[in-house]
Design a protein around this ligand. Structure first.
Ligand code: GDP
Length: 463
C-alpha cells in the first residue's frame, strides 16, 4: 500500500440509487488507463489539468464487433501535482445506482488499474506531503461525522489548526533540546552542565500548551465518537416517559404496570453537538419472567457502557429499597438525578434521593416527564456535563492523538522537573527527545508503515 507507482481505482461514492456515482483513479498511468475506457471529443492524455470532458465509457474490447457502451460519463482531469493525491487523477462521474459505476470500475481494472484499498487515495496524499497525518485522519472524521459539531471539529483539523499548533510545539521543544545538547557536548570538556532558566521556561510553556490542548479532549472525543446515556431507575418511576420527553417523540411504551419495558429501547438525539444514544432500560430488576431477565442483563451491559446515567426517582412516593439498590449500582458513574413526577406533591426531600448515592450526583433536576417541566433543564445539565463547560476550538478529538500528546506532556513535565532539580543535562535531553518522539507520532513523522496502514485501513474505499 505504500507503493505509489501503480494506478489505483475505486468507486468513491456510496452504493445505492443516486443521481451520480464517481469512480476515482490516481497514479502515473491514470490518464492512459482512463483513455482505454473513456471516449470523448479528444483523448484525456492531451487534456489540461482541472478540466471536464463529456463522453462515454466503453466496455473492454470484445474479440469481435464494436465495444459496448457502459455509461455516459463526465471525466474530470487533475494533473500532478495539483490533485488530491498529488498524482495524476481522473474522476469519472457516471450515473448512480447499483450497476453503472461497477461496470466502469471493472473496465478500468481490465485496462490496468488496481482496485484501491480503503483510504489509499488519502494515504497517497499523505505520503506525497499534501496532508499531514492529523489532516488525513480529519478526512475520515469528516466523512463519519454525525453532527454539525463533529463536522466542524474535523474541518478545523483538516484546515490545519491542530497541525500548526503541533508544529509550533515541535519547534519549541527541538530548540530547547538543541540548546541542552550543545551544553552537554561542551561540558564533556568543561564538566557539569546546568540547563539555563530560558530553556526551563520554554519547556514549561510547551507543557502548558499541551495541557491546554488536552483540556477539551473529553468533550471533543464525545463529539467525534458519540456517547451512550442510560436512563436507570426502578420500574414505574417514569423512565419511559422521560425517554420520550427527552426525545420529544413517543417511542418507548409507557404503561402503568411495573416491569413492562421488556427490552432496551435506544434512540439517537443530539445534545451540545454530541450524538447521544439515549437508552431506556428494563430497570435493574431482579426476578421476573424470562424476557425480563434478558432485559435486565442487557440493561446492566448498557449501564456499564454509559458515559452518563440519568437516575430517575419518583419524588411523589417515599424512596423504596429498590431505589437504594439501584443507587448502589451507580458508584463511580457520572450521574444526573432526575426527580420525576414534580407535578404531584413531593414526598421525599430533594436531598434525600441524592444521599442514597455513593458520591454526590453531577446535578439534581426536578422534572415532570408527562408535563414536560424541567426537561429542558435536564437536557442543559447533560450538555454541560458532556462539554465540561468548554468550547471545541482547537480541541483534540482523536484517541490516538490524545494518547500521544499525554505522553509528550508527561515527558516534558519530567524534563522540566529534572532541569529544575539540577539533574544532568543528558537526562533532560533524554526526556525532551521522548517528548518529541510522541509529538512526531501525532503528525505521522515518527510512525512506521505498518501503523500507517492500520490507520488508513479504517477509511472507506475510494477516499
Ligand atoms: P418506567 O417503568 O420507569 O419506564 O415508567 P413509565 O414511564 O412507564 O411510567 C410509569 C407511570 O408513571 C405511567 O403511568 C406514567 O404515565 C406515570 N408517569 C411518568 N412520569 C410522570 C410524571 O411526571 N407525572 C405523573 N403524574 N405521572 C408520571
Amino acid at each position: 500500500m505504500l507503493d505509489l507507482d501503480d494506478t489505483i481505482a475505486a468507486i468513491a461514492t456510496a452504493a445505492g440509487a443516486a443521481g451520480l456515482a464517481v469512480v476515482r483513479m490516481s497514479g502515473p498511468h491514470a490518464l492512459a488507463v482512463a483513455d482505454a475506457v473513456f471516449v470523448g471529443a479528444s483523448p484525456l492524455a492531451r487534456a489540461a489539468g482541472d478540466t471536464l470532458h463529456h463522453g462515454w465509457a466503453l466496455a473492454p474490447a470484445a474479440p469481435r464487433g464494436a465495444r459496448a457502451r457502459l455509461d455516459e460519463v463526465v471525466a474530470a482531469v487533475f494533473r500532478a501535482p495539483r490533485s488530491y493525491t498529488r498524482q495524476d487523477v481522473v474522476e469519472l462521474s457516471c450515473h448512480g445506482g447499483a450497476v453503472s459505476a461497477g461496470r466502469v470500475l471493472a473496465a478500468l481494472l481490465a485496462a490496468g488499474a488496481r482496485q484501491a484499498r480503503p483510504g489509499e487515495f488519502t494515504l497517497r496524499a499523505f505520503l506525497n506531503g499534501r496532508l499531514d497525518l492529523v489532516q488525513a485522519e480529519a478526512v475520515a472524521d469528516l466523512i463519519r461525522a454525525e453532527t454539525e459539531a463533529a463536522h466542524d471539529l474535523a474541518l478545523a483539523q483538516l484546515r490545519g489548526g491542530l497541525s500548526r499548533r503541533l508544529a509550533a510545539l515541535v519547534e519549541a521543544v527541538s530548540d530547547a533540546l538543541a540548546e541542552v545538547e550543545a551544553r552537554v557536548d561542551f561540558a564533556e570538556d568543561v564538566g557539569g552542565v546546568e540547563v539555563p532558566p530560558r530553556v526551563v521556561a520554554a519547556v514549561a510553556a510547551a507543557e502548558a500548551a499541551l495541557a491546554d490542548l488536552l483540556a477539551g479532549a473529553d468533550y471533543a472525543r464525545a463529539v467525534r465518537e458519540g456517547v451512550t446515556v442510560v436512563l436507570a431507575g426502578r420500574p414505574n418511576v417514569g423512565k419511559s416517559s422521560l425517554f420520550n420527553a427527552l426525545l420529544g417523540a413517543r417511542r418507548a411504551i409507557v404503561t402503568a404496570t411495573p416491569g413492562t419495558t421488556r427490552d432496551l429501547v435506544s434512540e439517537p438525539l443530539e445534545i451540545a453537538g454530541v450524538r447521544v444514544t439515549l437508552t431506556d432500560s428494563a430497570g435493574l430488576r431482579r426476578g421476573g419472567g424470562e424476557a425480563e431477565s434478558e432485559g435486565v442483563r442487557r440493561a446492566r451491559e448498557a449501564l456499564a457502557a454509559a458515559a452518563v446515567v440519568i437516575w430517575v426517582v419518583d419524588a411523589s412516593v417515599p424512596l423504596a429499597p429498590e431505589d437504594r439498590r439501584i443507587a448502589g449500582r451507580l458508584a463511580g458513574r457520572r450521574v444526573l438525578a432526575a426527580l420525576n413526577k414534580s407535578d404531584l406533591p413531593a414526598v421525599a426531600a430533594p436531598g434525600e434521593a441524592a444521599a442514597l448515592l455513593a458520591a454526590p450526583p453531577e446535578a439534581v433536576v426536578a422534572v415532570s416527564a408527562t408535563r414536560g417541566d424541567g426537561v429542558e433543564e435536564l437536557r442543559a445539565a447533560l450538555g454541560a456535563l458532556l462539554s465540561g463547560g468548554r468550547g471545541l476550538a482547537g480541541a483534540v478529538a482523536n484517541r490516538r492523538h490524545a494518547g500521544a500528546l499525554a505522553r509528550a506532556r508527561a515527558a516534558l513535565a519530567r524534563a522540566g522537573a529534572a532541569a529544575r532539580s539540577g539533574a544532568p543535562g543528558e537526562i533532560v535531553a533524554l526526556e525532551l527527545r521522548e517528548g518529541l518522539g510522541a509529538l512526531g507520532e501525532v503528525t505521522g513523522r515518527a510512525l512506521g508503515g505498518d501503523v500507517l496502514e492500520r490507520i488508513f485501513s479504517r477509511f472507506c474505499v475510494g477516499k
